[in-house]
Ligand binder design. Structure first.
Ligand code: ACO
Length: 349
């Protein structure tokens, strides 16, 4: 059975840099607070009208395709991970297929938030191993800036997130010293509401105290999003930060160790760990717990903030472009996010 290898990788971040000080124009916060808690100095925000999650995905995909030495016409499957799609439906996969004038290939959207890209890699890996596809495009892209609460009310969430995209082309390889060794996926829905955007959604929370039999017909169309919900800022993401932190620092090391143990390897064998860029404090905690040195871990949240499904491919691409990852290196991708979901992938570059 062949393994899947990353044949090409690309990233795209918008030009518009937003520093912590820039945020102080909109909310009560400070550069010191943000840097101390998250490590973030600045992030990128997409152009409000010109750039979407799909267009950024296309930019990253174009580079990945070129570096793989193929054309968009050679891609035979698309997997697009995002939590901030252009439309509620359809997903971004088909919009990318259209924009890149690809053949009428399959397009799958993955909604696993911060773990989305690693989940997508795992799905792609299965299709490559079974021989079903030869050139799979995997994209992680987010335009968070469209839907964050930039008032003081939303500051615990809005300061963390940024926009950007990353993409890879996965291809089969018979080289036994290259490619994906294993992937590991997990979830625990017990705490689904701890880090979530509830609306628009079909959950009944908003109507729990209302009598369906009596509410006026005019309100029926407001099931997804009412004026009242918008007035109450119920259209923004909610996060219980301390609870996320506590769970993340347990699950990140666990899923990394699971990948190593599955392959009879140790932390000292890792050449480069690419953790999802949730928060620099989380990455540092994981690094310390696993006893990894600074040159075994790549972090770039300082420049881009948390770009959710895009953070792993952006960090991977940047580490590779900076010469930190070489042929034959053992690379570990690891992510934890809303759901909760967490995942890892161990690969030989
Ligand atoms: N600027 C200034 N003050 C703020 C800000 C801000 N941006 N945000 C919150 N505060 C205030 C709060 O209002 C609160 O004030 P109070 O004590 O007067 O009530 C105080 O700071 C502490 O608030 P907490 O929410 O308890 O802040 P905490 O110290 O826990 O830090 C943070 C928040 C950074 C989110 C932290 O909980 C954390 O790192 N959590 C991990 C979650 C995370 O990183 N998520 C990333 C996305 S999810 C993912 O990728 C997996």
């Amino acid at each position: 059975m062949p393994r899947s290898k990353i044949a090409g990788i690309g990233m795209y971040v918008p030009k518009n840099i937003f520093t912590n000080n820039d945020l102080t124009k909109y909310m009560e916060t400070s550069d010191a607070w943000i840097q101390e808690r998250t490590g973030i100095k600045e992030r990128r925000y997409a152009d409000r009208t010109e750039e979407t999650t799909t267009t950024m995905g296309v930019e990253a995909a174009t580079i990945a395709i070129e570096r793989a030495g193929i054309t968009a016409q050679d891609v035979d499957f698309i997997i697009f991970a995002t939590l901030s799609p252009d439309y509620y439906f359809p997903g971004c996969g088909v919009l990318l297929q259209r924009a890149m004038k690809m053949k009428e290939i399959g397009a799958l959207d993955i909604r696993n938030q911060c773990s989305g890209f690693v989940y997508a890699i795992s799905v792609a890996d299965q299709f490559i191993k079974t021989g079903m596809y030869k050139n799979i495009l995997v994209v992680g892209s987010e335009k968070h800036s469209f839907g964050l609460d930039f008032s003081t009310r939303g500051r615990n969430v809005s300061v963390i997130f940024g926009d950007g995209a990353g993409a890879v082309i996965l291809q089969p390889t018979e080289n036994t010293n290259q490619g994906i060794l294993s992937t590991h996926l997990h979830s625990d829905g017990e705490a689904a509401e701890i880090l979530a955007m509830y609306n628009p959604g079909t959950h009944a929370n908003h109507w729990a105290n209302k009598n369906y039999a009596t509410f006026p017909e005019a309100e029926i169309g407001e099931m997804f999003m009412s004026h009242e919900m918008i007035d109450n800022a119920e259209n923004f993401p909610y996060m219980d930060g301390p609870s996320v932190f506590k769970k993340a620092i347990v699950k990140f090391p666990e899923v990394i160790m699971e990948a190593l143990q599955t392959n009879g390897l140790q932390t000292s064998d890792i050449n480069m760990l690419i953790p999802h860029q949730a928060n620099l404090r989380i990455s540092q905690f994981v690094q310390q717990k696993l006893g990894l040195s600074d040159n075994q871990v790549h972090n770039n949240i300082q420049k881009y903030g948390n770009t959710t499904a895009a953070s792993v491919p952006i960090a991977l691409c940047e580490a590779w472009e900076e010469g930190k990852i070489k042929e034959g290196d053992l690379v570990c991708l690891a992510a934890f996010g809303s759901g909760f979901t967490w995942a890892s992938a161990l690969l030989k570059w």
